[in-house]
Write a protein that binds this ligand. Sequence first.
Ligand SMILES: Cc1cc2nc3c(=O)[nH]c(=O)nc-3n(C[C@H](O)[C@H](O)[C@H](O)COP(=O)(O)OP(=O)(O)OC[C@H]3O[C@@H](n4cnc5c(N)ncnc54)[C@H](O)[C@@H]3O)c2cc1C
Length: 403
Amino acid sequence: MSQTPPVVIVGAGPVGLALALALIHQGLPVVVLEQRLQIPNDLRATTVQPPVLEHLGAWGVLDEALAAGRRVSQLQYWDWPRRLLLAELDYTLIEGDTRCPFRLHLPQARLCEILLAAIERTRPGTVRFGHKVTSVVLHDDRAIVTTQIHGGGEETFTTPRLCGADGGHSVVRQAMGIELGDEGVADTFLACTADLDVLPIIEARLSRALAPASYLYASQDWALVMVMTDAVRFLFRAVPDPEVSLARDAINERMRRFLGAEIGGRLRGLGLYSVRQRVAPSWHQGPAALLGDAAHGNLPVGGTAMNEGILDAHHLAWALAEGTPRAMDAYSTQRRSCALSLEAQDSETWKALRARGIWRRFSRNQYLKRISIHPVAARAHLLRLSMLEDRIGGGAVPDLDHE
Ligand SMILES: Cc1cc2nc3c(=O)[nH]c(=O)nc-3n(C[C@H](O)[C@H](O)[C@H](O)COP(=O)(O)OP(=O)(O)OC[C@H]3O[C@@H](n4cnc5c(N)ncnc54)[C@H](O)[C@@H]3O)c2cc1C
């Protein structure tokens, strides 16, 4: 009896692992090749959005994710220098639109551990850590992938289906001869994590508690605050000099000036990330397909890029199970179009954070105040932020745009 050769996935980030689990659920054999020796504990994604939570449910890992993360049901926008709450949006507004009307704050590394454990429970040995892909040769009907094994030796895999979930510097994408454009917005961000007890210090001067997901707008600066189960994550605009951005004294000073909190010994982790929005012109070619950061990059201000990649994984698993050129074309076209519209949405979020000039800030703030008292507009806004724009439906949504 002939055995179906496995789908080979390069990269055991959240997207590669999600694809492996989705393919296992489709009954397809799979091998994941990962250069690192274990899941890295980078300060990257914290937000898992409702449509991804729905898929985690279908893959049997939602309960575990919910137990490990923090459910977030409120989102706030603040005019920070005035400590004025501009808008508070409650996820009960989208209760009728999704089985998961909340976002989950869960560190990316923890989500990876949950996906990995589920894969290993079903198909032990699927994920090969310490396998760095050094060469990819593409033929019309198969790909030949060579890995350098940590500790010595090489292994070669021949597969009719190769998936590149290997991040921004994807070797699979390079072998496909596809380049990411550099026309999108680029910026550098500082992520830092602190103990939960900085919250009461920040909140001491507020009329009410911060929501676990809060956007703080100031005239020359901004911060995103994301409260997790055991820590608070802050995202700031980075200053041009990386050394200054990452210096603990500079961070302490920034927290003191911006948030009114002395962070002192409460700082747990730091990361500086330069990110550019970009979308590959094509996502599949012969035996190879791209997904996640290998296919698109996005700014971290909307909490969408990893989620986008996991939605790619869901669609690609379906297309691979169908096994037709038409299904692969649909994957490439539909997911690329979603990536482009999320890129546009997140660049609006980024512009709102930076809003230069009094008039821009005034109109942004007015827009937020208006949506907060208009349930139809607030629902549409929340659905967009939750990557559920397609569920807004045909009802009249008032045009409260701030531009
Ligand atoms: C500060 C910050 C905050 C963010 N917050 C959010 C958020 O809240 N929500 C959200 O949705 N997104 C967020 N993101 C984006 C998110 O982190 C990325 O979109 C996500 O990591 C992409 O996952 P991936 O699996 O596609 O790629 P990666 O996570 O980059 O994983 C790729 C994997 O491939 C492996 N690899 C690469 N090359 C090879 C090779 N040659 N051989 C073998 N293995 C290889 C790498 O080691 C890596 O493990 C944030 C990003 C940043 C920087």
